[in-house]
Every structure is written in C-alpha cells, then in structure tokens.
Design a protein around this ligand. Structure first.
Ligand code: NDP
Ligand code: OXD
Length: 314
C-alpha cells in the first residue's frame, strides 16, 4: 500500500515476509536497506537493525521492537531521540510462562535423570520432593517474571522474586536491589532468569552468584533456567559451576554467542538442556495489530504504551 507514514522494516536473523505482508496491509512499508534515508519514513519496526540506519531517518517518530527485549536497539550508539516501544503482549507472555513452567517442572521431576535411565533400561524411582518443598527464585520480576510466578504458584511451588525496585505479589517473597540479591539467592533452589540485558545486568550470572544458591534442599542441588539474555551469563562459569556442583542442572535458552557455537561444551553437557533462543516466538499475527494500534494512538495525540526508559536500559 502506498501513502504517508511509511514504515521501515529492518530485521536480521529471520525472514520478514509475514511482518511485511501484515504491516503493508495498512501502511506503506520499506524493507531496509532501500529506504534507509527516506524522509517519508515515520516508524521503524526492528530486530537487530544495522547500527546507524535509524539516525539517518529525519522524520522518524517511534521505533518498535519486534521483541520484549530492547538491547538489540540500545546497542546502536546512534539511536535517534524518539520513543522506543517494546513488546508486552499476552501471546508472548504465554509462550514464556509455558517455557518456564516446563523447565522448572522438568528439573523438579528429574526429567534429565529419566532421560539418562531410559536408553539403559533402568527402572529406578528416585525420591520425589513435591513442588511445595522447592523454592523457585525469579530474577527479573517484571511482566514476564510476574506472569511466571503466578503460574508456578498455581502448580504449588514456593516463589521468590528479585527486581531493581521494590515489587510485591501475594504469596511471593520479594527482594530488590544489590542488598536483596544474596538473601534472594540463598532462599532459592531453582533460579529462573528473566532479566533484561543492561549495563547493570551484563555478566551478572557468574560463578560467584551461582555459588549463592541453596544447594541443601530436597532436590539435592540448585538449578539454573536462563530465558532472559545470553550476555547476562558467563557460559564458562556455568560449565565450571556444574563441574563443581554449585548447580546440578541448567536449562539455557540464551547464550553469550548466538547461535551457540558448535565448539561450546554446553551442547553436549549431560546436565544442560539447550533451546535455540526459542522460549518465545514473536508472532506477527498477534504483534502487528498491537503496533498498528500504537501508531494510530500516537497520530491521535495519545501516549504510547510500553515505552523503554533509555536511562536504565529496559
Ligand atoms: P520487564 O521490563 O517487564 O521486567 C524486567 C524486570 O527486571 C523488572 O522486574 C526489573 O526491575 C528487573 N530488573 C531490570 N534491571 C535490573 C537490575 N539491575 N537489578 C534487578 N532487577 C532488574 O521485562 P519483561 O519481563 O517483559 O522481559 C524481560 C526480559 O526477558 C526481556 O528484556 C528479554 O531480554 C527477555 N525475553 C526473552 C525471550 C526469549 O525468547 N528468550 C522472549 C521475551 C523476553 P523493576 O521491576 O524494578 O523495573
Ligand atoms: C524477545 C526475545 O526479547 O524473543 O522478545 O528474545
């Protein structure tokens, strides 16, 4: 469709055809790099765009992230001073809640042990601590962390939360800030990470942090589930923490380098479950209508929702 309010669609790592089709049913869309300095472009819809291309757009009004995380935008040093909108959507939240509940239950119900036993035809039932004896600690108690907490509470787990500022939820023990981190970790058996990647969280999941988890629990060890961002963690520290028994198993959806290099020991580690940054999928059928509605709201003079705070980086 031709017309005003042209959208620049700039994505890397997947085919943008469905996004293009759905956006262009309502607006004129330019696929980068064709229109990267086009004065008719007023919106950008991006996933890992090439740094610098947005600064070249003289009439840009807003940038829409294709995902909930925006580190892929903020690592461009030349981002123009326009609102950045991130994804907050039931559909994406549902994917993430499913992933977290799946991985936490698999660790609690000892799926790795049974998968190791089966090819060896071993008929052995280990002690099975119930969910109410296990504390899941959610690091990053935001949209996704709180939704995961509700689902885990419904299954029967004890739930802890850690955030930057104070947050409360019925049935959840919460801590915040640097002072709250050690007591939160000490009270946690299964650590679930749903933090954004910012200068303050980069590399936070290191050997020392993993050593603070509670290992003296009914499962006989601590566990890590990271579905936030790969650069929150140090892959080598996770391998060392597994070797030294600081953690028993890990489920990792994200990695320092993606795709995970074939040489990474995480691929073949018997106590690591790898998914290829697939905890959630950004589904254009659900997300494009939300983006178009936000564009219309901006044009009506209304405030945009889910705007990123650039100073804190999420
Ligand atoms: P939110 O912004 O809603 O929540 C972020 C949470 O992290 C908040 O509780 C925030 O604290 C907390 N936080 C941020 N910085 C710090 C800090 N320095 N110390 C302590 N807590 C901190 O984000 P979402 O829940 O929507 O998404 C979280 C992340 O999940 C995304 O940024 C993305 O990286 C990742 N993600 C991964 C996906 C995947 O497929 N693997 C899919 C979707 C998202 P406060 O509450 O005080 O603001
Ligand atoms: C996201 C992601 O940030 O899929 O939405 O990683």
């Amino acid at each position: 469709m031709a017309g005003p309010n042209r959208i620049l669609l700039s994505v890397q790592g997947f085919h943008p055809q469905r996004w293009y089709d759905l956006l262009s049913a309502s607006r004129a869309v330019t696929l980068e790099p064709d229109g990267s300095a086009d004065p008719s472009i007023e919106y950008a819809v991006v996933w890992k765009h090439k740094p610098g291309i947005l600064a070249a757009l003289p009439n840009l009004m807003a940038i829409f992230s294709i995902g909930a995380g925006v580190d892929h935008i903020l690592n461009d040093p030349d981002i123009p001073d326009v609102p950045i909108v991130r994804v907050v959507a039931d559909n994406l939240t549902q994917y993430m809640v499913e992933y977290i509940v799946w991985r936490v239950l698999d660790h609690q119900r000892q799926g790795m042990l049974y998968r190791a036993q089966q090819p060896r035809k071993i008929w052995h039932e280990p002690p099975q601590p119930p969910a109410n004896e296990i504390a899941v600690g959610i690091m990053g108690f935001g949209q996704l962390g709180r939704a995961a907490a509700k689902a885990l509470l419904a299954v029967g787990f004890k739930v802890n939360g850690w955030s930057r500022t104070a947050r409360a939820m019925e049935g959840v023990a919460t801590w915040h800030g640097e002072d709250g981190l050690t007591p939160f970790l000490n009270a946690t058996d299964i650590l679930v990470v749903l933090l954004p990647l910012t200068p303050a969280t980069h590399g936070i999941l290191d050997y020392d942090l993993l050593g603070k988890l509670n290992r003296k629990n009914a499962l006989g060890g601590a566990f890590l589930v990271n579905a936030g961002r790969g650069q929150l963690q140090k892959d080598a520290d996770i391998v060392r923490a597994l070797k030294d028994g600081l953690i028993k198993e890990a489920s990792l959806d994200v990695f320092e380098t993606e795709p995970l290099p074939p040489t990474s020991p995480l691929w073949t580690h018997p106590n690591v479950f790898v998914t290829p940054h697939a905890a959630a999928s950004s589904d254009p059928e659900h997300l494009v209508p939300l983006m178009l509605e936000q564009m219309r709201a901006l044009e009506r003079g209304e405030r945009l929702a889910n705007i990123v705070d650039r100073k804190i980086g999420y």
